[in-house]
Every structure is written in structure tokens, then in C-alpha cells.
Design a protein around this ligand. Structure first.
Ligand code: GDP
Length: 454
């Protein structure tokens, strides 16, 4: 028997309506202790998908008019009995209703517990549950569209197609291993190779779309790097549209990492404005510089800032060197001043170079264009299933590498027994993506990041 949980499902703000949601075997009984219908019909008597107008009371006092919505198991969000009490959306009234519901026997819901119950009751799989979280936190149209597709099961359907083909393969191989003298249909080397190649290309398509769309749906970790005074903080502020980093003309002012998520067109950049890159005897600044170097190594995108009014120096060369082989855009700043910098050398070192004046907020369009091209967003197809996060990406990456190992094994003439182990590992990875084989730890971790009431 599941305990009846309750939480506020709407935001913690003043609004027209506030909703308190209850879920559990006794949800209707518990809500019935707080809610009285105008026509006195007990909530217990209502069938699913029914609404009643009435009042809510607690502590012997009737304190608001309300609408109760009743859903009966299994036809509800969680798959359990659910009641939603819609009261007036004042913070006090909503809290008072929640307290009354607790008095009546409900317990506070944990973060994400409603969705976790929906998952445990088989209403949605783990990928769809992550779609719910992604939809709630979506910060733009593309992110919302991708998460909605996920919630609708686009990814789950794609994964189950791949799974079906691999499981069929694995079952035939297991049969062949157990009964080598029998004729097992569809187990020629060609069929096997074709199945594995199709699985590999489907997994690759998912990974590519994730990479190409990540800048719009997830945002990318971006580092603004450059020597002191190049204009990193000013660029950060130009992108953020307000004062965030401390801008001064004294070198080494940004001593640690300042972080901010900004929108560039329809892309999201999780920006870190790092300490200026130069050798320093100042201990605090040196720690900042070391962290900046680490950030550059880990970043998915680097905006390498150069001061066009100064000649290239040792620090600039070091920056060019550390950007080699990474996704980096050279930003030649201070174009409002007389240029003395060797731009040719920079253009040679970077795939994309942009000229701007952060101080005068000029050149934003060019920067947007360069980042868009660098991140491959034009190749992103929002109609295709989209992975929601790094966990899902890792499952698909691992599954693809198992499929690749199996393909290599096939070419090298490895036994079917050994090939089957690799195919089974790919299957396991995909099952953990959809949650059919996810550990309790993974499941708890995923739901702990939800908000309470969802
Ligand atoms: P950081 O050390 O790289 O973060 O550099 P800041 O952003 O603190 O800028 C250093 C100095 O350069 C400040 O005085 C800024 O006002 C100035 N600065 C930044 N960008 C521009 C620009 O585009 N044009 C001009 N003329 N000055 C700029």
C-alpha cells in the first residue's frame, strides 16, 4: 500500500489558482476530510476524471472555496488515486490547505516523487520522466520542443526499435550456441552485420543530433579566456546584458571564475569568465589562473579574447596553443581603437575569428553567427528524437561502442558466444537508458533533481 503524499503543484507565488496535489491509495479519502462539496456528495463517491465545486476547511474552520479534481488509479499521472485541490492562489491559502491535508493524513512528497511513482507504476519510462524535468526547466522554444517530444515517447520508441533488433539477434545467437546443430533462421553473418550496422547508425544519429542541438536545448559550457585586460569581463557583461564581472582597467581584477547562463540568439551559453591568463606571483591570482586553465580544458566552447589595440604577447600565444584542436572562436576585441594586433596570425590559428567592440556592444550578430556555425546547430533536426541529458548520452555512447566491438568481432571471426556478450552489454546500456535496468541509485539521483510537487 502506498502512503498518500501531498505537495503544492503550482509555483510558490501569488496567482489566480493554487493546486495541492495528493497521490496514493487513500488520496481520495484524505482529500475528502478537507474538502466538502456544495451538494454534499462525498469525494469517495466520485468516478475518475470528475470535478466538484465546494469548500476546504482545517482546524475546524472553513477557509476557502475550491474545486476538487478526482482521478482514479490507474488512470492518473502517477497511476495511483490522485486528487487535485484547486484553491485561490494566495501563498497563505495554499499553505493552509497543504497543512490541512497533512493533518488529514497525507505526508509531504519528496522532490520528484509524483513522477517517480509514475515511473515505478509503469506510466512512463525513465527517458520520459527526464523529459518532464527538461520541459519544466526549458528556457527556450527548441528546448521545450525537444523535451515535449521526449515526454511523448519519441526517444523511447526509437530506443525500443533498436533494442528489439538487438534482442532478436541475441536470442537467435543464444539459441545457436545452445543448439548448434539446429537450423536457426536469420542468423547468417550478413544479417547479423546488417542488424549491427543499422543499430550503430541509429545510435550515431542520436548522438549527432544531441551534439548539434545541445547548444539550444541544454546550453554549452563556454569559457571566456584571454590575457588580463583583453576585455573578457566586458564581453561577459555585453552577453549577459548587465554588470556581472568586475570591470576595471587594473590587470588581474577577475580573480576567480564568474559564471552566468546567457542567451545568444536561440542558443544558451553557460559562461565562465576566467581569471586572466598570465604568469603571476600573487598566490590567489595564481590559483585562479590554474582553475582557468582547467576550465579551458573541460569547456565545450572557448571564446578566446584578444585586445586588438595591443600587440600579441606571450600570454596570447599560450592561449592560442591551449585552444588548438578545441572548439574555439577567436574574439578580436576593442575594434573601436586603433588596431596594432597581428590579425593574420590569429585567423590562421582559429577556425573562426570575430571582430567586435565589447565596450560599445558592437559585433554581437557576428559572434552569434560564428558560434552557430562552430556548434553545428544548422545540422540539428528538431523533428528527430533527442537525448535529454548527459546520462542518456553516456548510455547511447556505451551502447554504440559495444555494437562497434561486436562488428569488429564479427569481422575477425570471433565466436558467436563472445559476440553475444557484447550485444547483451549494448542491450543493458539501452535498458538502463529507459529505466528497465537502471539501478535504484540512478533512479533516486534522477528524481532528486526534480522540484517538489512534480
Ligand atoms: P578583462 O581583464 O579581460 O576582464 O578586461 P575588462 O573587461 O576588465 O576590460 C579591461 C579594460 O578594457 C576596461 O577598462 C574596459 O573598459 C576596456 N575595454 C573592454 N572592452 C573594450 C572595447 O571593446 N573597447 C575599448 N575601447 N575598451 C574596452
Amino acid at each position: 500500500m502506498s502512503a498518500t503524499i501531498a505537495a503544492v503543484a503550482t509555483g510558490n507565488c501569488v496567482s489566480g489558482i493554487g493546486i495541492i496535489r495528493l497521490s496514493g491509495d487513500d488520496a481520495i479519502t484524505v482529500a475528502g476530510r478537507v474538502f466538502t462539496a456544495m451538494d454534499k456528495t462525498p469525494l469517495e463517491k466520485l468516478s475518475g476524471y470528475t470535478a466538484k465545486y465546494g469548500t476546504v476547511s482545517g482546524g475546524g474552520e472553513c477557509f476557502d472555496n475550491a474545486v476538487a479534481l478526482v482521478y482514479r488509479a490507474p488512470k492518473s499521472y502517477t497511476g495511483e488515486n490522485v486528487v487535485e485541490l484547486c484553491v485561490h492562489g494566495g501563498i497563505y491559502i495554499v499553505e493552509k490547505t497543504l497543512e490541512a491535508v497533512f493533518e488529514a493524513g497525507a505526508v509531504p512528497a519528496q522532490a520528484g516523487e509524483f513522477t517517480k511513482r509514475a515511473f515505478l507504476n509503469g506510466k512512463i519510462d525513465l527517458a520520459q520522466a527526464e523529459g518532464v524535468a527538461a520541459l519544466i526547466s526549458a528556457q527556450g522554444q527548441e528546448a521545450a520542443r525537444a523535451s515535449y517530444n521526449l515526454l511523448q515517447g519519441a526517444l523511447s520508441n526509437k530506443i525500443s526499435q533498436i533494442l528489439d533488433s538487438l534482442i532478436e539477434c541475441s536470442a537467435s545467437m543464444a539459441a545457436w550456441v545452445d543448439y548448434p546443430d539446429e537450423e536457426i533462421p536469420d542468423l547468417s553473418e550478413d544479417t547479423l552485420r546488417q542488424t549491427l550496422e543499422t543499430a550503430r547508425s541509429s545510435l550515431t544519429a542520436l548522438l549527432d543530433n544531441y551534439e548539434n542541438g545541445a547548444v539550444m536545448t541544454q546550453g554549452v559550457d563556454t569559457v571566456i579566456a584571454g590575457r588580463p585586460n583583453a576585455g573578457k569581463s566586458t564581453l561577459m557583461n555585453m552577453l549577459a546584458g548587465r554588470e556581472k564581472s568586475i570591470v576595471t582597467h587594473i590587470e588581474g581584477t577577475t580573480r576567480d571564475i564568474v559564471e552566468e547562463t546567457v542567451r545568444l540568439g536561440d542558443m544558451l551559453l553557460h559562461l565562465s569568465d576566467t581569471a586572466g591568463l598570465r604568469s603571476s606571483k600573487d598566490v590567489v591570482e595564481a590559483i585562479g589562473i590554474e582553475r582557468a586553465m582547467r576550465k579551458i580544458d573541460e569547456a565545450e566552447l572557448i571564446l578566446a579574447v584578444f585586445d586588438s589595440s595591443a600587440e600579441l604577447c606571450e600570454d596570447d600565444f599560450r592561449l592560442m596553443e591551449s585552444c588548438r584542436g578545441k572548439r574555439a572562436v577567436a574574439v578580436i576585441n576593442k575594434t573601436d581603437l586603433k588596431s596594432v594586433i597581428d590579425t593574420e596570425q590569429i585567423e590562421r590559428s582559429f577556425e573562426k575569428t570575430v571582430y567586435l567592440s565589447a565596450k560599445n556592444t558592437q559585433g554581437l550578430g557576428e559572434l552569434e553567427h560564428a558560434v552557430r556555425e562552430m556548434m553545428g546547430t544548422d545540422k540539428y533536426d528538431s523533428a528527430q528524437p533527442m537525448l535529454a541529458n548527459k546520462r542518456q548520452k553516456l548510455c547511447v555512447l556505451n551502447a554504440r561502442s559495444c555494437v562497434e566491438q561486436a562488428l569488429d568481432g564479427l569481422n575477425l571471426g570471433v565466436t558467436y558466444d563472445a559476440l553475444n556478450v557484447m550485444i547483451d552489454s549494448a542491450v543493458d546500456e539501452l535498458l538502463s537508458l529507459t529505466g528497465k535496468k537502471a539501478t535504484e541509485e540512478v533512479v533516486n539521483h534522477i528524481f532528486s533533481r526534480f522540484c517538489v510537487g512534480k
